[in-house]
Write a protein that binds this ligand. Structure first.
Ligand code: ADP
Ligand code: MG
Length: 451
């Protein structure tokens, strides 16, 4: 895999990881990671903040290393790093320094893939793309502010960062942050009495790009602070662009003045992609990865992800990773098989229920579901119960308490203990690893069949 970029390798790994951790965990810890570099058997994974890097390091390192090793023949060591601002962009007191504002040539705040040239245009996103391009070409002079909205995984972040890439190339001082980051910066500034620093960071830029602005909506003081930042930039013709999952009129804004500010610019929606656009995206992404996939297989993948381009990419990566693992060319049959395994991870599917997990686990240990809920402590029953706890944590969205409840009213510390124990044993025992993987497959296929 030497000639493939770190990001390509990482995407294949994410395709694999997606089926190995729970949906919830994937979203929280893995979805926003990047493959930053791969050299001398060291693979650097970027994550948006230290909270995530620490979690990945502690909890998912061994799984991630195994997955990467599985995709190559090399022994890989993984290092986790913050990419949203280099690590040294945080002062010891946690306040971001100016290095967070990218200067040309170094742009740790942008994903290098999110450019206009890699953005596929279709009916669903034509207006948003044209507006974003206009803003990038004529910042502060075409549409100000630009408000892009649409559902998850439809390319909002991609477009916002594409604007940023162009602005950087023009040597503009551009700042891209999530609204969550904006909020945290604001709260920290208040708390540490450093509102001057905050204003300096946000009000001295040529272009301010805020992702997922819905996050500040309903937070009174943050909204107000954004309002002032907005005015300061807007009156001096500096560009503001934001994304949101809802149109301005549907946001629960407390500052009605903000609504009229947003409505004073250009509001562009991104719709879910039609089938032609989905196919064009798949074709482009397969080409980027230098994999040949026949049209009928692409069509099959396009049919399986109708609502989100992220999901579409996830399926494609899964299919490519799968084809590499079994060293076969991609056919519709192979694609179907690869997708089957993760069908249960699509957001549209109903979630796995605790009782399904209990039923499947009990059956495989030749026990009844009721036995898992008793106090019986023989080795076989105890192991089955612990495996059920472990799988419930992975496959359902149940809390520790709910898992304990479903298994005969055990408390959460018992559940934690069981999950840790099984995770360790899976690491040590290929048999148990195979067994839990098989159980996961059965759970997914039963769930898909509506059982
Ligand atoms: P959002 O911010 O709307 O949730 P993202 O911008 O993160 O969605 O997009 C999800 C994934 O889909 C990204 O990897 C992005 O590059 C890709 N993507 C979205 N729209 C397009 C498109 N029109 N062309 C190519 N890739 C796209
Ligand atoms: Mg986004």
């Amino acid at each position: 895999m030497g000639c493939r970029s770190a990001q390509e390798i990482w995407e294949a790994a994410l395709g694999e990881l997606q089926v190995q951790v729970s949906k919830q965990n994937y979203r929280t810890w893995l979805e926003k990671t990047l493959g930053l570099s791969y050299q001398d058997n060291q693979f650097i994974v970027g994550a948006p903040n230290t909270f995530v890097t620490e979690y990945l390091d502690k909890k998912l390192r061994s799984l991630i290393e195994k997955t990467l090793i599985g995709l190559s023949t090399n022994n890989i060591k993984v290092v986790f790093q913050v990419y949203n601002g280099r690590q040294n962009a945080l002062r010891s007191d946690g306040v971001p320094t100016e290095t967070n504002v990218a200067t040309p040539g170094s742009h740790p705040m942008f994903n290098p893939k999110y450019t206009f040239s890699s953005f596929i245009v279709g009916n669903c996103n034509q207006l948003a793309r044209a507006a974003a391009f206009g803003v990038a070409e004529n910042p502060g002079r075409s549409y100000n502010p630009l408000f892009i909205y649409g559902g998850v995984g439809l390319g909002k972040t991609h477009l916002l960062q594409a604007i940023g890439h162009v602005a950087l190339a023009k040597h503009l001082k551009v700042l891209y942050v999530s609204a969550e980051r904006f909020t945290n910066d604001f709260i920290t500034a208040i708390y540490q009495r450093k509102t001057g620093d905050f204003q300096n960071k946000y009000r001295t830029v040529d272009m301010l790009l805020i992702d997922d602005i819905q996050f500040i909506s309903g937070k009174e003081q943050t909204e107000e602070s954004f309002f002032h930042t907005f005015n300061e930039l807007h009156t001096t013709n500096r560009q503001i662009a934001v994304t949101s999952d809802l149109p301005p009129s549907s946001l629960p804004l407390l500052q009605k003045r903000l609504l009229s500010r947003f409505e004073g610019g250009l509001i562009a929606a991104i719709q879910p992609p039609d089938v032609e656009t989905r196919l064009a995206i798949l074709r482009a992404k397969a080409e980027q990865q230098e994999v040949e996939i026949p049209l009928d297989a692409l069509e099959l993948i396009a049919q399986r992800a109708e609502q989100s381009i992220r999901q579409l990419e996830g399926l494609l990566n899964r299919v490519i990773a799968y084809a590499r693992l079994v060293k076969a060319v991609v056919t519709p049959q192979l694609a179907a098989k690869a997708i089957e395994d993760i069908a249960s991870y699509t957001p549209n599917s109903t979630s796995v229920t605790p009782s399904l997990v209990i039923e499947v686990v009990a059956h495989s240990f030749h026990l009844t579901p009721a036995a898992l809920k008793t106090r019986q402590r023989d080795k076989q029953t105890a192991l089955a119960r612990q495996v059920a706890m472990y799988l419930m944590r992975r496959e359902t969205d149940c809390s520790l308490a709910q898992v304990g409840q479903a298994l005969g009213g055990r408390d959460h510390s018992t559940v934690i203990h069981a999950c840790k124990k099984i995770a360790r044993e899976i690491d040590a025992s290929p048999d148990l690893r195979r067994k839990t993987r098989d159980l996961q497959h059965i759970i997914h296929s039963k769930q898909k069949a509506g059982n």
